[in-house]
Design a binder for this molecule. Structure first.
Ligand SMILES: Nc1ncnc2c1ncn2[C@@H]1O[C@H](COP(=O)(O)OP(=O)(O)O)[C@@H](O)[C@H]1O
Ligand SMILES: [Mg+2]
Length: 328
């Protein structure tokens, strides 16, 4: 605990953003309430993304009522792998990643055998709102299972790593690669036990990481170094994230993306209240960067200029490249 406080204190000196500041100066200020459903419901996000020509994992079907649970077989068809998730879930809860069939049952990525009854139970838990924000009724979404690009093999354990970029008014400000661990059950959410690794915005090269609030340099399951890995398609990820401002209209978001081995970069979801641990992973606070974007926007406004996603990416990459901190 003491180590953690010390770390946050050290980061504070680097302009760390705390939860109160995030809520008051960013979430409340830049995110209009009536736009929340676009990001809080993954089915609506998907529909919006498709309209905007942005690639997402294909949706196989939606289950909205108990009666519709019987549609599951026809939704899955002959497929052996798929993902079931609550449309309004968060933090990786309630997500079932099925990797294969096994003698009339199903198998998760971590090898757990799941019966048909368990799947139905999971679906009905989702519908009753067990995983939804605010606990109200929800829908279950069944979608394509992403197979991560082989680049992640050495630095990840099962499951799908994702790339989170924080975007302020269409400007990427900080990025993190999240790697599943044995503990996180194939999911890349930090509070499920995944690792957060900082990413240099300018180059897409990985920095060091954080795991369960500790600083780490190696993946605990594979023992491989997590830093110095060049993420492919980096400029593509940056442009995809920047373009999500036009997609949803929210000014302060966390964009979650994955790299599928066949389909390339895909948007997984958008978050209206992105977490703050990304600052630990990057060993850098958000405040200096958000101030730079706000000052830039101010000067553009005075000139009556609005920048395109490409220009916004360029701005971010020229300013927010990682400058190695000297070890003290
Ligand atoms: N279609 C998918 N294929 C494989 N893994 C997935 C898929 N969707 C989600 N996951 C895994 O679950 C994690 C959480 O999914 P996400 O859609 O971001 O929901 P949440 O809002 O709960 O974070 C992802 O980071 C990824 O590791
Ligand atoms: Mg997520």
């Amino acid at each position: 605990m003491f180590g953690l406080i010390k770390r946050w204190k050290a980061l504070e000196a680097k302009g760390i953003m705390g939860i109160n500041r995030r809520n008051a100066d960013f979430v409340l200020k830049y995110n209009k309430r009536h736009l929340y459903p676009i990001v809080d419901d993954k089915i609506i996000t998907k529909e919006r993304a498709i309209e905007a020509g942005i690639q997402v994992p294909e949706m196989y079907g939606i289950i909205s009522t108990e009666k519709e649970i019987e549609k599951l077989d026809s939704i899955i068809g002959e497929r052996n792998d798929f993902v079931i998730k609550p449309a309004q879930g968060a933090g990786g809860d309630g997500i079932l990643v099925i990797a294969d069939r096994f003698e009339g049952n199903y198998k998760t990525v971590s090898g757990r055998i799941i019966s048909r009854d368990e799947i139905e139970y999971q679906l009905s838990s989702i519908l009753t709102g067990l995983y939804s924000l605010g606990g109200h009724r929800d829908r279950a979404l069944i979608e394509y299972r992403v197979t991560p690009d082989p680049i992640f093999k050495s630095i990840s354990y099962e499951g799908v790593p994702d790339i989170r970029i924080i975007v302020l008014m269409g400007y990427p400000v900080m990025a993190m690669l999240r790697l599943p661990t044995r503990q996180s059950n194939g999911k890349a959410n930090l509070h499920q036990g995944a690792i957060g690794v900082g990413v240099d915005l300018a180059t897409g090269s990985t920095l060091r990481g954080t795991w369960l609030n500790r600083k780490i340099a190696k993946h605990p399951d594979t023992a491989n170094a997590v830093d110095g890995v060049q993420l492919p398609f980096w400029d593509g990820f940056m442009k995809l994230a920047a373009g999500c401002y036009e997609l949803c209209g929210l000014g302060y978001i966390g964009v979650d993306m994955v790299l599928d081995q066949d389909k390339g970069p895909l948007i997984l979801e958008l978050n209206a209240r992105p977490g703050l641990n990304i600052q630990i992973a990057n060993d850098c606070g958000l405040v200096g960067r958000t101030q730079a974007v706000e000052a830039h926007l101010e000067s553009l406004r005075a000139k009556g200029i609005e920048e395109t996603p490409e220009q916004r990416v360029k701005f971010a990459q020229s300013l927010f490249g990682h400058v190695p901190q000297r070890e003290i």
